[in-house]
Design a protein around this ligand. Structure first.
Ligand code: GLS
Length: 841
């Protein structure tokens, strides 16, 4: 990566950088100290990795100094704390972001340069912590950034996977998965707390006994099959321009004792060592499925393990300050990021009732006032449910507790809907139809005081479709919290040149007050400003072109329109609809070489779940089309297709700023929100999209004239489905569509092999669950409008500027403020930093 100019905004104006250890001289000294005292290297022999490590540790020192003061302040004030529980935190590389949030990006660059080192090269050394699959995990990371920036006391609780999301390679056009060894050389950001440890039971059975005392209370003993010890690993998450680093606490599993000495002494060495191997497996690897339930025991164990550790940690903190747990819900509010941590509802009951001997009703009242649940999906197959037998075997005590919760809950339902057996069956926490399952979403709703969707449309569909009965029972629980993304990482860090122009134009305040971007609107009509705007986009595209060359070994023309779809590969997201357009354009260009269209580079990126065959086939189609189009000299300067391998947080930071067109083309009613759509908009890409997820709100913000809308809306989709959708009718009625599909089926893209894409073509013609064929013509027509608009580059620039000016609503700061007032009822706590003198450093 070539040197790009540094992000500008320095938050702590007027501060004495050197005195605070943040100046160029202080950073040089700290770097050299860390090189010697932590890496045991002298500069002449230090590797790039040593240098990265030394700089990261020097930065970490500055974080920890603030962290200690933050922890002390929270303790002294007894602050109400948000616990964000999530099986995924897709935090991405930390160094650049920490430099931004400390306001020392420029100083660090200069300090390194004075030592003969290039900051970009150092930033490049960092292994990306891929502790998540996609949008859901990245949302959790954006929310931690905003929580800290807004100075809200918060803890993120999750899992320290040893292997994060796999690294994607493309071999012969197919996705290949490589293990992600992000901890290979350790992470400078993780601090192990071996003394914060809990023993977590798994499996076994329960024993019920009445107490001998007069009360004759029923006592339940859980006798586990195994015990796994969880220890805490903490990562500081610093807010932007403030002194608040919050804590991301990730749990790692290990065997409670290195050996089971009893087994060892009995001569069974292998069994003894096995226990260790088995328990470490628990947090070994992230399940690489987004929006698809795997249903394996190990996954349930992971979920239970991290939730059990987290709740014990919170109880420990509460008991440090108060004698009992009766006010637990006043000290903590827990946000459940989807159903993955929803076993927490049963676990808190287990802890309060079994371990702390609280009466059921009091425990239930505390539980229901502690949890709030965010639903993130509209796909039925992504709603978690556990086979009852598997669940009972893994968590015998929780099974009993869930049955008890369910009985009491169904009593309530009976009173509300007398005589309605169907509603009881639909709402039960246990699905009794056929094979029996525990419905985790129902557990989450019943155990929470608030339930929210992640975009306006999605929240309406939650109420009208997926949780309809619950909405009728408890309308007051339901709300909307439209997602947001952090402008620190996705604008300031990713797009320094645009950020600088915005700073120069409207001042620096926008980074924490994104609605101020509206002040850019008048400049959309200023030709000089538009020209600068285009120059910046061009620079970002040239940067991406170099990346494409490096990772995809392809050439891309920065003068062409960069038409980008990056996200997980899934049928409902319809990357194959995009490909149908590419093939359509290819065909039209072949048939009519004089066709006037904007030259395009269509860029795809995204991982497919390893077991998801159709998604993998979609990748294969993208690489096959890229190959054929790339070899065709007639396409030169007119059309190009690139599959960008291993799309992740880091490459996203190069991709969003370079995009002209953002593809958000899911079938209406399927994408809960989307967050990539927001990242593109903030970086000046225009959206082509359906009325789905947060696209609806993007359209509302930017106005119809600045958005390319196509396709059916949700009611139309429902209606078509109700009438019996027959994709083949569309194929037969539309000759151009037929041509496109037939070309795929003909083996044209696969050297004559007609078998490769047969499953895909058959599926489209006979099922087409996501209705590509129904939306095809509308999409093609809309793409034509995109092309016309792009050719009129003054108009395009104007639209691009207005998109950025109207993106403020999608800052995660706005989203978090809404959560704080409407759900969490928490207040900011200011952290004062007592100056460190030079001697302290
Ligand atoms: C997801 C949804 O699919 C996205 O639409 C949404 O933006 C994201 C965050 O709310 O959550 N749900 C999911 O299981 N994976 C996602 O990315």
């Amino acid at each position: 990566a070539g040197a790009r100019s540094a992000p500008v905004a320095v938050p702590l104006v007027g501060r004495d950088d050197e005195r605070m250890g943040l100046g160029v001289e202080a950073l040089k000294r700290a770097f050299l100290d860390r090189l010697v005292y932590s890496q045991a290297r002298f500069p002449e022999v230090a590797t790039r990795r040593d240098c990265f490590q030394a700089l990261a540790l020097a930065v970490r020192d500055r974080l920890l100094q603030r962290w200690v003061q933050t922890a002390r302040t929270y303790r002294d004030k007894g602050s109400r704390t948000v616990c964000y529980m999530s099986a995924e935190f897709l935090i991405g590389p930390q160094l650049g972001n920490n430099l931004i949030n400390l306001g020392i990006f420029d100083n660090a660059r200069q300090a390194m340069a004075e030592l003969g080192l290039d900051l970009d090269m150092l930033l490049d050394q960092e292994e990306e912590p891929g502790l998540g699959n996609g949008g859901l995990g990245r949302l959790a990371a954006c929310y931690l950034d905003s929580l800290a920036t807004l100075e809200i006391p918060a803890i993120g609780y999750g899992i320290r996977y040893e292997f994060g999301i796999f690294t994607q390679a493309i071999r012969d056009g197919w996705q290949a998965e490589l293990t992600d060894k992000w901890l290979r050389s350790g992470s400078p950001w993780l601090i192990h707390r071996p003394n914060v440890a809990f023993d977590i039971k798994i499996g076994g059975h329960t024993e019920h006994q009445y107490e001998a005392s007069a009360s004759r209370r029923l006592r339940v003993q859980w006798v586990p099959a195994k015990v796994v010890r969880g220890t805490a690993w903490d990562m500081p998450v610093l807010g932007y321009g403030v002194n608040t680093p919050n804590r991301l606490r990730l749990w790692s599993a290990e065997a409670p004792e290195e050996f089971d000495f009893a087994a060892f002494n009995a001569g069974n060495y292998y069994q003894a060592v096995d226990a260790e191997v088995l328990s470490e497996t628990l947090t070994k690897v992230l399940y690489p499925n987004d929006e698809m339930e795997a249903g394996q025991t190990l996954r349930l164990e992971q979920q239970y393990f991290f939730v059990a550790c987290s709740l014990r940690d919170m109880i420990r903190l509460q008991l440090q300050r108060e004698a009992d747990l009766s006010r637990f819900h006043e000290k903590f509010v827990v946000q459940l990021n989807d159903t993955h941590p929803s076993i927490a509802v049963a676990e808190l009951m287990h802890l309060l009732v079994d371990d702390y001997e609280m009466l059921w009703d009091e425990a239930w009242s505390i539980t229901q006032r502690t949890f709030a649940y965010t639903n993130h999906t509209l796909l039925p197959e992504a709603l978690e449910k556990w086979p009852l037998r598997l669940f009972q075997k893994t968590l015998p005590r929780h099974y009993e507790i869930i049955c008890e919760i369910n009985e009491r809950f169904l009593d309530e339902v009976r009173i509300r809907f007398p005589g309605d057996e169907a509603v009881l069956r639909r709402m039960s926490l246990i699905d009794e139809d056929g094979a029996r399952y525990i419905r985790m979403a129902h557990l989450a709703v019943v155990g929470s005081f608030a339930v929210n969707g992640v975009a306006a449309l999605h929240s309406e569909l939650v109420k009208s479709d997926i949780l309809k009965d619950f909405y009728e029972l408890w309308p007051e629980k339901f709300r909307n919290k439209t997602n947001g993304v952090t402008p620190r990482r996705f604008v300031l860090l990713a797009n320094p040149t645009m950020s600088q122009l915005i700073d120069e134009t409207i001042g620096k305040g926008w980074v924490t007050d994104m609605m101020r971007l509206r002040e850019l609107e008048p400049y959309a009509d200023d030709p000089a400003f538009r020209e600068k705007w285009r120059g910046i986009k061009r620079g970002n595209k040239e940067h991406l072109v170099r990346e494409i060359k490096r990772v995809a070994h392809a050439d891309a023309d920065p003068a062409s329109m960069f038409d980008v779809q990056v996200k997980r590969i899934h049928e409902y997201k319809r990357q194959h609809l995009n490909l149908l357009h590419v093939i359509s354009l290819y065909k039209r260009l072949k048939d009519n070489p004089n066709l006037v269209v904007a030259p395009r580079t269509v860029i795809f990126g995204g991982k497919a779940a390893p077991g998801y065959r159709m998604a993998k086939l979609m990748i294969r189609l993208a690489t096959a089309v890229a190959d054929i189009v790339g070899r065709d000299p007639a396409m030169h300067g007119r059309l190009q297709v690139v599959f960008f391998p291993n799309y992740n947080v880091k490459s996203g930071q190069s991709i969003f700023p370079a995009a002209d067109l953002s593809e958000q083309i899911s079938l209406a009613g399927k994408e809960a929100s989307g967050t990539g759509n927001m990242k593109f908009q903030m970086n000046g890409a225009l959206t082509i999209g359906t009325l789905d997820g947060a696209n609806v709100e993007i359209l509302e913000q930017v106005g119809e004239e600045n958005f390319f809308l196509f396709g059916m809306n949700t009611p139309e989709v429902k209606e078509l489905r109700r009438c019996g959708y027959r994709p083949r009718d569309y194929y037969e009625a539309n000759p151009h569509l037929r041509e496109v599909i037939d070309l795929i089926g003909s083996g044209f893209f696969t050297r004559g092999d007609r078998d490769v894409f047969r499953p895909l073509v058959d599926h489209l013609l006979n099922h087409d669950e996501y209705m590509l064929l129904a939306d095809f013509q509308s999409y093609i027509d809309c793409q034509e409008k995109v092309s016309e608009a792009y050719i009129d580059y003054e108009r395009w620039s104007r639209m691009s500027i207005l998109n950025v000016a109207r993106s403020g609503f999608f800052s995660s700061d706005r989203a978090i403020k809404e959560y704080c007032t409407d759900i969490w009822r928490v207040e900011p706590v200011r952290i004062e930093l007592t100056d460190l003198s030079e001697d302290d450093l």
